[in-house]
Design a protein around this ligand. Structure first.
Ligand SMILES: *Cc1c(COP(=O)(O)O)cnc(C)c1O
Length: 224
């Protein structure tokens, strides 16, 4: 596996597009992340809070760490001091905990709301209705230490390219509708996180600003 070539291929595809690469390094050792860093990558994504904070400790401090996986409330404290963006906020309760921990660390944490766009019901995320309800609530408006900067979604795991495209389009439409709505001051629709190793090309065509690519950079993951 040639990390250097893998990164170059993706960067060539991204060049000229208004999107950034989040290198998904979950399960991969710090030495491999350092190699990707040496190739110029600065944004890394992880899906477990403890693994994320352990890697933060040992790797260069100018890395932007993104939390991309389902986040439990009791784990927020591990990443609150340094995390740059949390992609996977799917409830008001979780958001409240992030706000609380951000306040403790005297900072504002940027978050994306995760929207359910896939056919499978195994994937986490809010519906458009739930999302609007959340943004309209007084509890939401009162949070001063979080900022919602966009949306995240995962397409169905399928070979059907048309279906993937349809799902990405539906997320982009929700994003555009929210961008036009009057929302509280702690909301600003700037980032649309969609696309992984198997579908980032389609996601970019449909308006993604953050692609989360793991195996196409680091090779297959071994969960053993
Ligand atoms: C693991 C993961 C990715 C990256 O998956 P690849 O198919 O390896 O690119 C992207 N997004 C989320 C939320 C993930 O958990």
């Amino acid at each position: 596996m040639d990390i250097k070539n893998n990164i170059k291929k993706i960067q060539d595809f991204l060049s000229g597009k208004p999107a950034r690469l989040v290198a998904v390094s979950k399960t991969k050792p710090a030495e491999l992340i350092q190699k990707a860093y040496d190739e110029g990558l600065r944004i890394f994504g992880e899906n477990k809070a403890q693994e994320l904070s352990e890697k933060y400790e040992v790797l260069p401090k100018d890395i932007e760490w993104h939390m991309i996986g389902h986040l439990q409330r009791n784990k927020v404290k591990y990443i609150a001091p340094f995390v740059t963006l949390i992609h996977s906020v799917d409830s008001l309760r979780l958001l409240k905990e992030i706000d609380k921990q951000a306040q403790k660390n005297d900072r504002v944490i940027d978050c994306l709301l995760q929207v359910h766009i896939a056919e499978e019901d195994t994937k986490f995320g809010l519906s458009e209705e739930e999302l609007k309800e959340m943004l309209a609530s007084q509890e939401f408006e009162a949070m001063k230490n979080i900022r919602i900067v966009g949306l995240m979604g995962m397409a169905t795991f399928t070979e059907d390219q048309d279906q993937i495209r349809r799902e990405f389009k539906s997320l982009k439409n929700i994003f555009d509708r929210l961008a036009q709505m009057e929302t509280p001051v702690n909301v600003s629709m700037e980032e649309l996180s969609m696309g992984m190793s198997g579908d980032y090309e389609i996601a970019l065509e449909e308006g993604s600003t953050l692609v989360r690519v793991g195996s196409a950079i680091f090779g297959e993951r071994n969960y053993a």
